[in-house]
Design a protein around this ligand. Sequence first.
Ligand SMILES: [Zn+2]
Length: 486
Amino acid sequence: MPGEHSRLLLLAQGTTGRPQGKLEQALEASRVAVSVDPDMPAAMLTAQVLLTSLRRGPGGLILERDGLSSASVDQLVAATAAIDPGRAVGVTRRTDGACAIRIHVGTGDARAIRIVPEGYGAHIAGQSTAVIRPARPGNAIGAVYTAALGAAEAFKRTVGVVPGRRVLHRHLRFCPVTLTSDLSVAPDLPDGMNLDLALLGVGAAGTGIVLLLDAINATGRLLAADRERFGPENRGTYSLGGTAETLSAPWKTDIAKSALRQFDVISFNGPVEQLPAAVDSGDIPWFPTVLTALDSADARRDAQRLWPDRLIDAATGDTMLGIYDHEYGLGPCLICFFPPERSGPSAARKLADLTGLSAERAMRGDDPLTEEDLAGLTEEQQQLLRPHLGKPVCGLAQAIGLTRIDAAGFRPSIPFVSLQAACLSVARLIGSRLGIKSAANLVQYDGLYGPHTATADWMDPRPGCYCQTRAATIKLVRQKRTQSRA
Ligand SMILES: [Zn+2]
């Protein structure tokens, strides 16, 4: 199996307790069949994002073409072929044959898990008797979010996630804008919104954000910042980029540029820490709205030093996903959320205290947990750690509920987790434009349990944080940057 799936395999191993060799065989042998009701609003976008998300993982993928035009079938096949031409979706007529998992993009077909966008949100119905009657059509955010939730349903079943680690949805309804099960209250998505924003980090969640900005038909200006080029290992976890990109290795910012043809995209192929200076020297404009999708606490703190009006941070760690929302002058900044002392040695110390692992072992965060690591621990400690065998140690802290999504626990994730984080981020951005106030600046849930288990908290600034002790300086910096913008 290509190395690009190693991340997914590790994760699957951690949530199933099955040995990696068996799991690999089971995944490769799995078959997911997708059917589509072309008359459903946003059906094609939902189907395409579902199929491409699934195609980034292992296993067989079948499209039941009944009802679809040849052009639609061609479009869906081409989208999966662009990711991996050797593994494009297979096209059949409706089959009742042995297929482990069926997903139907539409309200009918009780044989299948049905997935239906409504407004910005989703219906996910695994129970055949569930009745789905959308009161309004799904929009592009709803379509992408529905697809990401649908891909999660397939994953839980193909890898056989143990019951204690997942919820199979009988009939889930969830709106990522209002963070409720009410799909009808958020105002309609305006077409062709004009946006002026920065996207820092064009990785797993960042490519999801780009996908969404394109899907909602937005226009405007976007600063894309990422210091890396696309690599073969990114194909299995990102929402954009396929075979062509693994060969040409473009800057990740160029992937944003090619996808966002309606935007004036400014690329910055350097580290986030250089951005504030680049803004102050006039090389790059200052953006009042910043979306971050970064992989370290350091980078998050660096991004905060731009001191925008609004900073929405998309975060993932193993199967957890969420957003941190900073509004200037209100609530915590990203340095409050990710204080320096929570990453590095002290986080390892905390993890060591809780688990019995040595601090030295806890510091080697990228190394997967092994049986040898458990030797010498108490029975209780072993019980706590055993479900996490094979997973990188740095993800343990949050996996066992020691911390919130912790900087030290960030791992590049599987597409449906990153894409759901991207949906929360863009939904929050659009919600703020539409004047929807949220009572939460920290929202997170486990992608295997689902958004109805989300915790939505209002966090206060951390006393002693730079944003509190240097408020006057920050105000001056912001004044200067706002003026330079004019
Ligand atoms: Zn702060």
